[in-house]
Each structure stands twice: as structure tokens, then as C-alpha cells.
Design a protein around this ligand. Sequence first.
Ligand SMILES: Cc1cc2nc3c(=O)[nH]c(=O)nc-3n(C[C@H](O)[C@H](O)[C@H](O)COP(=O)(O)OP(=O)(O)OC[C@H]3O[C@@H](n4cnc5c(N)ncnc54)[C@H](O)[C@@H]3O)c2cc1C
Length: 454
Amino acid sequence: MSYRDLSLWFDQLSEPLEPRAALDRDVEVDVAIVGAGFTGLWSAYYLLAADPALRIAVIEREIAGFGASGRNGGWCSALYPVSISTLAEEAGREAAIAQYRAMRGAVTEVERVAVAEGIDADIAHGGTVVLARSQPQLERAEEEAREAAEFGLDVALLGADEARARLAATGVLGATYTPHCAAVQPAKLVRGLASVVEASGATVYERTAATSIEPGTVRTDRGTVRAATIVRATEGYTGQLAGLRRVLAPVYSLIIATEPLPDSTWEQIGLAGRETFSDHRHLIIYGQRSADGRLVFGGRGAPYHLASRIRAEYDRVPRVFDLLERTMHELFPVLRDARITHRWGGPLGIARDWHASVGLDRTTGLAWAGGYVGDGVSTTNLAGRTLADLITGRTSELTGLPWVGHASRRWEPEPLRWLGANAGLQAMTWADARERRTGRASRVAATVNAMMGR
Ligand SMILES: Cc1cc2nc3c(=O)[nH]c(=O)nc-3n(C[C@H](O)[C@H](O)[C@H](O)COP(=O)(O)OP(=O)(O)OC[C@H]3O[C@@H](n4cnc5c(N)ncnc54)[C@H](O)[C@@H]3O)c2cc1C
């Protein structure tokens, strides 16, 4: 498989996608980073901004952006996997608000760096519209706007006409809208960032697989990297590293993209500001209008695989692609004849309590960030800045945020993990179907959320 086939986004790159040089000997650096996705590269970027003399090695099994970072839906959003109410219960109201504010800041920071570093990632800051297309969805939209207002966050509740003016899907009863999201071309962003980090002095070793991470040492298939500080930035792939199998579960999300659509079609659909969009169903769907006028549409629903297995064939599940296509047609009947040109997917990382976290163990020098669920495009930026502060010993507003040092409990051993993860998926699908049939909110989804600690 060619790297170009990884996603629409990779296919759109004009660069030749030749892997950078692999590690060819043992090396010693100040900071070793495993994984050249957004987490690893933002960490390198801010570390070098803080101290240009740092010797940094980024170790990547494939090529920069190979993982979720080069394949996602391109929402650079202020979404955070734990609701603000839950976070407030756990960490206190002010801490929860600080975390959510920092997330909003991450969206603008990504845009700022892209401009400052000359990375053209087709960014459009249009916000996000999340439709309500049934009575239970409308109730959840109202609840979300109410919860946001209680914490001083700006999530607007739109009436049916206002919602349809932004996105004319079928059956729209209302929507929530937040301005805190930008649509991005993620492969351009992550590949651009890799070049910037390299030009700033880091070495990115590609086609080099880490086999284990221990204090002071990263062992790879090409040599050993010694470093006082080691950052684990492997997200959905973390379970493949020795001793880390139950830390993050790799859960797949899949995407389809249409051919570029004519303006006349976009006039019927909307998204004039390239707003990202979703609806308030339980089993997540998401979309964006790409810079070249395609509808890019994704969702969950692909199974979790026993023993956290990750294989190239799991990126493409015909049943899920068909379901996505049907859902897209149901939302936008005008797209019935539009050609689907790209289908792809990839694993994201979920901690047992659904919490993202970032941290540094000063006694071992081992640092990590991850567990972003489907909200990593901006959260990785916050993680990178936070790791840079932690590693360079700078106490800052960021190092006091509640996700810093958060320790999630481990996932259950198999086959319990497999049973639980897939039962959760089934329950969400079932809850959506039941709501469609009865018009009443399903309690099943709330129960599953509570069990997962969300
Ligand atoms: C289909 C899909 C859609 C998504 N949509 C969105 C979205 O719209 N908005 C959003 O905010 N988030 C979204 N996400 C999540 C987001 O993409 C991720 O949270 C984010 O990219 C995580 O970045 P990362 O650098 O931590 O991990 P990754 O990008 O997965 O990077 C990890 C890297 O580590 C490398 N690696 C793994 N193991 C090793 C090893 N042993 N040795 C060396 N290298 C290794 C991998 O090859 C990979 O390049 C989506 C994810 C998927 C899969």
C-alpha cells in the first residue's frame, strides 16, 4: 500500500512522500520522542522554541503523519472528551473552566503557528454546527447549551431556520453552534509541522520502530536511542509497546469523501463558512466541507479488535462505509449521485475512563500524552506546549491544568475489553435506532456513558 492511499488528505499532497532516513546507529539525545503525529511533533516544536539547543530525536515507525494525525476528519476543535460538568465534579469548577478555556486557546494557537511557519493547511475558521434532527436530539442540544452557559462558555442554541441556514440537512429542528473550530487539511498540517521541526534542529527518523520504552532508553529495530527524557506519543498504537497493552484501547473511526461538488450543490447544502458539522445522535458522525469542495463524512461504528490488534485491513470496513454513505444520503439527498472517491480510516486512542492526559514522571524521565478519543487535532497542541513546560521545568498555567498527571485506570484484560468496547458500540447504535422509532430519549446511552466514566 502506498502512503498516498492512507487518506484523501495524503492523496492531496504534492510532495513525493519519500520516507526520511531511518536510524542507522545508536544515538544519545536530550529528548527522544516516539511517534511523529501531532503529539510528537508539537512537543518537539515547543521544546525547540523554549530551548533551541536541545538535541531531539523523533522516532517514527512509518512516516510523519501516518497515524490518526494524517487521516482524521480535520476538525481543529475545542472539544474535550470529558464533559465540563464531570470535570468540575472531579477537579473543581475553576480547574474545569481553565481546561476548557485552554482548549479554545489551542484552536487559535494551531492557526497562529500555521500562519507564522508558512504551513498552508487549507484552514477555515467557521465554527461547528451540531444539528438536532429529533426530539431527543433537540433535548440534548438544549442541555448542552444550558450546561455551557452555566460555565460561561459560548455555545449558542439555534432555532430550526437559523440551523438550516447554516446546514440544510433533512429534518432539522435546531442546532447548537460554537465558533471555536477550524476545518483543516490535517495531512498538510502534520507534514508541514514535521518539516518545520526538522528545520528547527530535531532529527525525524522514519521507518524506525520502537520496540520498548524504558527509563533512559528507547530500543528500536534500527538501534538504541538514549535520552534523559522520553515522550510516548503513540496514541492508538500504544498497546503494541511492551508493558502498555491495557493503557489505551485503539478504536477505529472511518471516513468517506465525495468528489468535488459544484457550487450549485453547495448552495443547497450550506456550510458557506466551511463550518464543521455533526448531529446530536449517540454514535458519533462528523463532517467538513473541504477546501476543494468535497463533503468529507466520517463516523464510528467499526468494531474494536480483540487484543487491541491494529491491521491495515481494519481501516476499511465495507459495512461501515455503506452505513456512512446511507447516513450521508439521508442527511443530504442531493448527494445521491455524487461519486465517493475516497474511503479510509484509522485507530484513535481511548483510556478506560475516557480521559485524555499528559504528564512527566520526573523520577524516570518518562513523559506521555494521549487518550484524546476523537478530539486530538487541537488537544495535541495543548499537550505539546504542556510537555515542553514540564520537560524544561517551567511552572505555568498549562502545567496546573487538571489533565496534567491524570492517571487513568487500565482497561480490563481480554476478552473483557473486547466484550465491553463492542457492547458499548452496539448500545449506542441501538439507542439511536430506538430514539428514531419512539421519538423518546434512550436511557441506554446514558448508562453506557456512566459506565465508561464520561
Ligand atoms: C478517522 C479519524 C478521524 C478523526 N477525526 C478527528 C477530528 O476531526 N478532530 C480531532 O480533533 N480529532 C480527530 N481524530 C483524532 C485525532 O486524529 C488524534 O487524536 C490525533 O491525531 C492523535 O495524534 P497523535 O500524534 O497522538 O497520534 P497519531 O497521529 O496516531 O501518531 C502516532 C504515531 O506514532 C507512530 N508509532 C506508533 N507506534 C510506534 C512505534 N512503536 N515506534 C515508532 N513509531 C510508532 C505511528 O506510526 C504514528 O505516526 C480522528 C481520528 C481518526 C482515526
